[in-house]
Design a protein around this ligand. Structure first.
Ligand SMILES: [Zn+2]
Length: 70
């Protein structure tokens, strides 16, 4: 049986594992309420609807602007 001559270094293991990984864009579907692109099984970020129900109130980011003005 073939026996490896040298120990596989941690760098080589990391390189091999990294070669098989990549970041993918999330799957997007059209929102049934506002027809903007949103992630499936998530509350819509622009209108706050999920499955024809108003789940969350979308808050406009006013707080950041106020903090910057000071
Ligand atoms: Zn929506």
């Amino acid at each position: 049986m073939g026996v490896p001559k040298k120990k596989t270094t941690s760098t080589k293991i990391r390189q091999r594992q990294h070669a098989n990984s990549k970041i993918e864009a999330p799957a997007m579907v059209e929102c049934a309420h506002c027809h903007k692109l949103t992630q499936p099984h998530h509350v819509c970020a622009s209108c706050g609807y999920y499955k024809d129900r108003h789940e969350v109130e979308v808050v406009v980011k006013e707080h950041k602007k106020q903090m910057r003005g000071r």
